[in-house]
Design a protein around this ligand. Structure first.
Ligand SMILES: NC(=O)c1ccc[n+]([C@@H]2O[C@H](COP(=O)([O-])OP(=O)(O)OC[C@H]3O[C@@H](n4cnc5c(N)ncnc54)[C@H](OP(=O)(O)O)[C@@H]3O)[C@@H](O)[C@H]2O)c1
Length: 328
């Protein structure tokens, strides 16, 4: 069991703690919050023996071996670096950092300190991702792919009322592509690799970040289109079109169901398995396994995917002059 602590007290932290418990590989021992009362409350709910209100102290504590970070995006880098320098493994929520310069520095720091850094992204760790990857050749020569992740955010109502929630803020490295687009983007990179060309067409908000957008990834023989939005709703499914057949995915994350439709007969079959309701459990299991077994091959692959995804979102922002505050 790897002893871990958490940073951030939003609902996603609770989901991760529950998934960690289910995985039976990660044991919650400490909780950090900027507010003592919040740390106490979360620790009491999940029986964590230690609470922290000082990141440096938490990073130096002998009680924890790893940390899960779920603070606003722009805060990830500084917090992650503090833990890595103190030889703690870091599991950091997506989008891992604001740009590739930060990511390179953090991987370097992890290596120097003999620990690992992971981006917490649920879909690429699921059994259905693996099934899709193994069965992809059933589709024959790929020709086009459409991967939407469009989800109206309740925080957009606050934005419309004049507030600036972190996820719609350039100060906190927000926006639709880095928040939701990363799920289909990870899918594309995990399945098809790095594209030859990237082109992003965003709808910009008054805060300077994208509320929605279309990302076009050009590969050798086909084009992958990613639609992401936090300001509208959609019922679209993901589709991967090959000459021999089409894969229809219920969603880009957690990939809850995959149907394969033959191009000629139009007969369809479900090729996916039923996944755990608490689907973050798969990332917990895989990440814990990499740490425990020091599986360098798997780590390098995860690292490579993280780098490609961040390189693409960085390029997409650059094309559209979406600049985060930390970069000014
Ligand atoms: N994997 C997923 O499915 C998923 C889902 C949702 C979010 N996320 C990711 O999780 C992260 C957190 O998202 P969220 O929506 O929970 O963010 P959030 O509500 O803006 O902040 C999360 C927590 O961070 C702390 N915090 C808030 N503002 C801060 C600041 N200025 N400086 C330092 N700490 C601050 C707060 O905890 P304290 O007040 O207790 O310190 C807060 O509970 C993001 O990176 C997001 O992309 C992932």
């Amino acid at each position: 069991m790897i002893k871990f602590g958490t940073v951030g007290t939003g609902w996603i932290t609770e989901s991760f703690i529950q998934a960690a418990k289910l995985s039976e590989q990660l044991q919650l021992v400490g909780v950090y919050s900027r507010t003592e009362a919040k740390a106490k409350q979360l620790a009491a709910t999940y029986n964590a023996p230690y609470i922290y209100t000082d990141i440096e102290k938490m990073a130096k504590s002998a009680e924890i071996e790893a940390v899960y970070i779920a603070s606003p995006n722009s805060v990830h880098f500084e917090q992650a670096l503090t833990f890595l320098k103190n030889k703690k493994h870091v599991i950091c929520e997506k989008p891992v950092f604001s740009n590739t310069a930060e990511l390179d520095e953090a991987y370097q720091t992890a290596e120097e300190n003999g620990v690992y850094l992971f981006e917490a992204i649920r879909n690429i760790h699921t059994p259905n991702f693996r099934i899709l990857k193994n069965k992809l050749s059933m589709a024959g020569k790929l020709r086009s792919t459409m991967l939407p992740y469009i989800q109206y955010s309740s925080r957009y109502d606050l934005f419309l009322e004049g507030d600036e929630p972190n996820i719609f803020s350039a100060t906190y490295s927000g926006g639709a592509l880095v928040d939701l687009g990363v799920y289909p983007l990870y899918l594309a990179v995990g399945l098809f690799g790095e594209p030859k060309q990237v082109s992003y067409h965003p709808v910009l908000l008054r805060s300077g970040v994208d509320g929605s957008g279309t990302l076009v990834l050009t590969y050798e023989d086909f084009v992958c289109t990613i639609l992401c939005s936090k300001i509208s709703h959609s019922e679209l499914r993901c589709e991967i079109h090959g000459e021999k057949g089409t894969f229809v995915l219920e969603d880009a994350a957690p990939i809850s169901e995959i149907k394969f439709v033959d191009s000629h007969s139009q007969e369809s079959q479900i090729v996916s398995v039923e996944q755990a309701e608490q689907n973050m459990v798969y990332e917990c299991i895989n990440i814990a396994r990499v740490i425990e077994t020091k599986n360098d091959e798997e780590y390098q692959q995860l690292k490579n995917w993280s780098k490609i995804v961040l390189r693409i979102t960085e390029e997409a922002r650059k094309q559209n002059n979406i600049v985060f505050a930390s970069e000014k």
